[in-house]
Design a protein around this ligand. Structure first.
Ligand SMILES: NC(=O)c1ccc[n+]([C@@H]2O[C@H](COP(=O)([O-])OP(=O)(O)OC[C@H]3O[C@@H](n4cnc5c(N)ncnc54)[C@H](O)[C@@H]3O)[C@@H](O)[C@H]2O)c1
Length: 331
């Protein structure tokens, strides 16, 4: 057993990315204290399952709370001797911001302010926070680089992530906190979110339901396997030269969405029923990251191909098929 490298606060610890990162940091000898509200945006049983797995490690503990409630967060965190914060908790999803904008204000704006205030008052100097590819909004120059403009957000979700980046700059310049924003691009992997494309496609294929594909092969995405994402985050933590910055975290390939569906069909062993429709007005056709900055500074290169990643994903899905199909369908 390695000695503890110190305690990391991971927010949104019952979430997809936090689950994988917590698992990895525990393996590396950190203690993880997580917080999560277990909100029901998607089936809570997926969150409970991830926590059940993490709880097998004695250096893992967590608290069920809403981190936007600063007084509650501070009271629970003040004696934890936190050395670093990795803020992954948020209201995710672009389309849901049309349905429930208040969730984004509460978790992503007020909640992030609360986390940054905690860092300030507990003198926690290292803060990593999830941003998103969505901050590039209406940007048409490809690939997206960190220096590109991010002042044309196309959703309230993007506004909330851009707000996080601005808040981070202010907390860096005013309180000398080291703030790193992680602009994730289409993450996927085992224990992934039920509202995301590969989960919905797999569920549809296995239950003979139709899949709607908009825009055909013109729709391309930079799918990023979760293991590459975790290596990228570790690279930045270990390099330890950051002050206040943002990094794109993207995968190795830009893949037409129908091609990804064809791979899922292959690895799930079943054909999909596909409805092809035109893309929605304003829908972005291609989005992909330049990871040059991350590579130059940390040596990061994405390793997982879409074929390997989707084979692993489909295998996991088939092994857990009954349970996964019993989860509440995401509408
Ligand atoms: N998964 C992706 O492809 C992707 C892409 C871009 C950005 N991101 C960002 O990365 C982060 C992690 O995403 P994820 O896919 O793991 O999402 P997730 O929804 O699985 O995890 C987020 C967790 O935060 C928790 N949470 C939300 N509001 C909270 C609050 N007020 N108090 C306490 N807990 C709260 C939720 O219960 C959930 O468990 C998020 O900030 C998301 O916006 C993800």
């Amino acid at each position: 057993m390695q000695p503890s490298k110190g305690t990391v606060l991971i927010t949104g610890v019952a979430g997809f990315v936090a689950f994988h990162l917590s698992h990895d940091l525990l393996e590396k000898g950190y203690s993880v204290w997580g917080v999560d509200s277990f909100n029901d945006y998607y089936d809570v049983r997926m969150k409970e399952k991830r926590i059940e797995i993490l709880s097998q490690n004695k250096n893992f503990s967590y608290e069920r709370l809403n981190f936007a409630n600063y007084a509650d967060l501070f009271a629970k965190a003040k004696d934890k001797k936190i050395e670093m914060i990795i803020h992954l908790g948020a209201q995710a999803g672009v389309l849901y911001s049309l349905v429930n904008p208040w969730a984004y204000e509460e978790s992503n704006i007020k909640g992030t302010l609360s986390i940054f205030e905690l860092a300030r008052h507990l003198n926690i100097k290292k803060v990593f926070y999830a941003s998103s590819a969505s901050v590039y909004g209406g940007n048409t120059k490809l690939p997206f680089e960190e220096s590109d403009p991010t002042d044309q957000p196309l959703s309230l979700y993007a506004v909330s992530k851009k707000t996080n980046e601005l808040l981070a700059k202010t907390y860096h310049s005013t309180f000398s906190l080291r703030m790193v924003g992680l602009r994730f691009f289409n993450l996927y992997g085992t224990y992934g979110r039920p509202d995301m494309a590969f989960f919905q496609f797999s569920r549809a294929i296995l239950s003979d339901s139709p899949i709607t594909l908009r825009g055909g092969n013109t729709m391309k995405r930079n799918f990023t396997h979760i293991s590459d994402c975790i290596r990228a985050i570790n690279g930045i933590i270990e390099k330890d030269t950051y002050t206040c910055d943002v990094y794109n975290i993207g995968g190795s390939q830009v893949v037409p969405v129908p091609e990804a569906v064809a791979l899922l069909e292959k690895y799930l062993g079943k054909k999909a029923k596909i409805n092809n429709t035109p893309k929605l007005q304003g829908e972005i056709e291609v989005a992909y990251a330049s990871t040059k900055k991350l590579t130059d500074e940390t040596g990061y290169t994405p390793k997982m191909t879409i074929e390997q990643g989707l084979q692993e994903y489909a295998t996991w899905f088939l092994e857990n098929k009954d349970w996964l199909l019993s989860l509440k369908e995401f509408k």
